[in-house]
Ligand binder design. Structure first.
Ligand code: DAT
Length: 199
């Protein structure tokens, strides 16, 4: 079944800017230039859904994080995605990308913050981002996320799950201006997809 609008995953290590970028993208889509190029993008924050629907399997004390029941989560998201005759336009925001069936997704964006000092400051800051989670990471949780970003773990997982040329795009998210720049790039890409895939 073909979609009217593309489904996009915005992924990357926690703290890299997924939620902020997805929110910016939704704002851009709402203030779209002309009605003919408007695309009703919808933010699908997996952390928020997992919390609201209590899709938690257990709690990992050492990593201070909930373990998500992936089967329940996938069933729920499949229902959401199939709604509205599967018209698409979902912006999925989560640090895991490789559990989603390849066919659900048209573009995978991996945000990167390779500057370790910047990333460290972001993860240890206890300022709560709008719509985001409170950080202030410490101990193993902090170290594992820093290491994951240094080694590009999520980018590797994404490229394995979407091996097709051009399916995975890595964007740097280190400076504040890059939030809007990245959201603009994803928005331009969405508009081109709609032009190239008329339904
Ligand atoms: P994620 O959803 O990937 O966990 P977030 O969007 O909640 O990350 O952002 C984490 C914090 O970092 C938040 O305070 C906003 C800030 N941030 C994100 N991207 C940034 C960037 N490119 N430049 C500066 N700050 C950024």
């Amino acid at each position: 079944m073909s979609r009217k609008y593309p489904n996009v995953i915005i992924t990357g290590t926690p703290g890299v800017g997924k939620t902020t970028t997805a929110q910016e993208l939704i704002e851009i889509s709402k203030s779209s230039d002309s009605p003919s190029s408007s695309i009703p993008l919808k933010h699908l924050s997996v952390n928020k859904i997992a919390k609201e629907e209590n899709f938690y399997e257990s709690y990992d004390e050492e990593l201070q994080t909930h373990v998500v029941d992936e089967d329940k989560l996938l069933d729920h998201i499949e229902n959401l995605i199939a709604n509205g005759a599967g018209e698409g336009g979902w912006i999925i925001d989560w640090h895991v990308c490789d559990i989603f069936p390849e066919r659900w997704i048209d573009l995978v964006v991996v945000l990167r913050c390779e500057d370790t000092k910047t990333f460290y400051e972001r993860l240890t800051s206890d300022r709560k981002a709008e719509g985001g989670e409170k950080r202030g990471y410490t101990g193993r949780k902090l170290q594992e996320n820093i290491d994951a970003e240094i080694f590009g773990v999520i980018a590797e997982e994404a490229k394995e799950a979407w091996p097709n040329e051009g399916a995975v795009v890595e964007l740097i998210s280190e400076e504040a201006e890059q939030i809007e720049e990245n959201a603009e790039r994803i928005w331009e890409w969405c508009k081109r997809w709609v032009k190239d895939n008329p339904r």
